[in-house]
Design a binder for this molecule. Structure first.
Ligand SMILES: [Fe+2]
Length: 207
């Protein structure tokens, strides 16, 4: 009897160590709604520097930041050639979109929209400004965020929003609050290097 208990126990122990010792697959980055302001006005300049618009001499207003990261699959293999389509409000919380009727100003030197690709080791990088918060209805504000549409053939398309760490408005944001603390952590960039650099890794799932 004792021996049987021992064998049973050791078999269970082996199974447990196989599970904990295996490659830690990760969950894909949590999805979020597209929102009403995906760009609809054709735009020639969609490069990775949103702080300048081709053909204009000025620089976007606001706090300039650099966001870099890597795209992985759920087994944590880097994924190259992923299309990263991103758009955001300018520093004043205004989308360059005909349906954004707020009185906040458009910044003609802010590119507002970029379509870039992940390169070697799934890496990507873009330069932008911290998006402003913007009103939602009469008594709510959206906390600063960047919208992403991420896709590659053979992978589940991902629509999400990136948040900024410890922003005071995060706690009051309706969409952010709906996520679990663990999901919030995976949707929030990390401060990297000096305060103007952020790291944001993205995990997508194979079809
Ligand atoms: Fe938004």
């Amino acid at each position: 009897m004792k021996r049987r208990v021992f064998i049973k126990g050791s078999v269970l122990g082996t199974v447990a160590s196989v599970i904990t010792g295996s490659v830690q697959a990760k969950m894909p980055t949590p999805a979020e709604v597209e929102g009403p302001f995906y760009p609809i006005t054709p735009q020639k300049d969609q490069d990775a520097d949103l702080t300048r618009v081709a053909g204009k001499n000025g620089v976007a207003q606001g706090e300039i930041i650099e966001v870099s990261g890597q795209v992985f699959d759920t087994d944590l293999n880097p994924v190259e050639g992923v299309t990263i389509d991103l758009w955001q409000a300018n520093t004043f919380g205004k989308y360059h979109h005909p349906h954004d009727t707020s009185s906040a100003p458009v910044d003609e030197n802010f590119q507002a929209w970029a379509i870039i690709q992940s390169g070697s080791q799934g890496r990507f990088k873009f330069k932008t400004v911290v998006p402003g918060a913007y009103p939602l209805g009469s008594n709510q504000q959206r906390t600063p965020h960047i919208h992403f549409k991420i896709g590659k053939n053979g992978y589940v398309p991902l629509l999400t929003q990136m948040y900024f760490p410890n922003h005071p408005l995060n706690k009051q944001d309706g969409l952010f609050k709906r996520k679990s603390a663990e999901e919030q952590a995976r949707m929030t960039a990390k401060v990297a290097g000096n305060g103007n650099q952020y790291q944001y890794d993205i995990i997508i799932e194979k079809l």
